[in-house]
Design a protein around this ligand. Structure first.
Ligand SMILES: C[S@@+](CC[C@H](N)C(=O)[O-])C[C@H]1O[C@@H](n2cnc3c(N)ncnc32)[C@H](O)[C@@H]1O
Length: 198
C-alpha cells in the first residue's frame, strides 16, 4: 500500500513509511534518513528523464532510493558501507518488488561516479566529525575521514559531464566542486539543487 500510494503520488507521512523498518532502524529515522517529502522532491529533480541512473552517496536504510524508485521512472543505486543497512534495504525492495533500485555494499571511495547520471547526498560523512550522530559502531569513524571522503566525492563529481544533476540535503558543501552551480534551494537552505556547468 505504501509503495502503491507513492506510485500514485499520494502523500505518505514518515511515520507510515517507517513502519517498513525494524524498531532500531525506525528510531534512527528523524536524524539519519531523508524525510519522504524531501526524497520525492529530490528524486523528481534528479530523474528528469526515464531510466536515469541516480546514485545515493551513503544510502543508509534505503529510504531515499526506495521513495525515488517508487515515485519516478529513474533507476536508483544506493552505495552503503554498513552491511546491516544494505540487508534491510534489499529486503524491503524484494518484498515490495521495487525493481528499479539496487543496493551496493561498498565504501563510496570505491565507486566510480561516471557510471551514474545524477547524485544525491545527505551529509553522509558528518558522523566522522560529530560523535553525537552515531548510527552504530560497526565502521571506523575518524575526523580525517570526513575530508578523505568529501575530497573523493568532489573529485568524482568534477569528472562527470556538463549537465549532471546533484541534490544535497544538510550538506556543508565541502563535497561540491566549483564546476557545479546552485540552481534552486528549499527547506530554508537545507535542500539544494545543483547542475554541472563547466
Ligand atoms: C545521513 S545517512 C543518509 C541515508 C540515506 N541517504 C537517506 O537519505 O535516507 C548517511 C549514510 O551514509 C553512510 N556512509 C557514510 N560514509 C560512507 C562511506 N564512506 N561509504 C558508504 N557509505 C557511507 C552511513 O553509513 C549512513 O548510512
Amino acid at each position: 500500500m505504501i509503495f502503491k500510494k507513492l506510485k500514485l503520488n499520494i502523500n505518505i507521512d514518515d511515520q507510515t513509511f517507517n513502519k517498513l523498518y525494524p524498531e532500531h532502524i525506525k528510531g534512527l529515522s528523524s536524524q539519519h534518513w531523508t524525510p519522504v517529502a524531501v526524497a520525492k522532491i529530490a528524486a523528481k529533480y534528479l530523474a528528469d528523464k526515464p531510466d536515469k541512473k541516480i546514485l545515493d552517496i551513503g544510502a543508509g536504510a534505503g529510504k531515499f532510493c526506495l521513495v525515488g524508485a517508487a515515485s519516478t521512472k529513474g533507476k536508483f543505486y544506493g552505495v552503503e558501507q554498513r552491511s546491516s543497512l544494505v540487508k534491510v534495504s534489499r529486503k524491503i525492495a524484494n518484498k515490495y518488488k521495487i525493481n528499479n533500485v539496487e543496493f551496493i555494499h561498498s565504501n563510496i571511495n570505491e565507486t566510480i561516479f561516471t557510471d551514474f547520471d545524477a547524485f544525491y547526498f545527505f551529509n553522509s560523512f558528518y558522523e566522522n566529525i560529530d560523535s553525537s550522530c552515531e548510527i552504530d559502531d560497526t565502521v571506523v569513524r575518524d575526523k580525517n575521514l570526513y575530508d578523505v571522503y568529501s575530497n573523493y566525492v568532489r573529485e568524482q563529481l568534477d569528472k562527470t559531464p556538463i549537465g549532471t544533476l546533484l541534490v544535497t540535503y544538510w550538506s556543508k558543501w565541502d563535497e561540491i566542486p566549483e564546476s557545479f552551480d546552485l540552481m534552486d534551494t528549499a527547506y530554508n537552505g537545507l535542500l539544494n539543487f545543483w547542475r554541472k556547468v563547466s
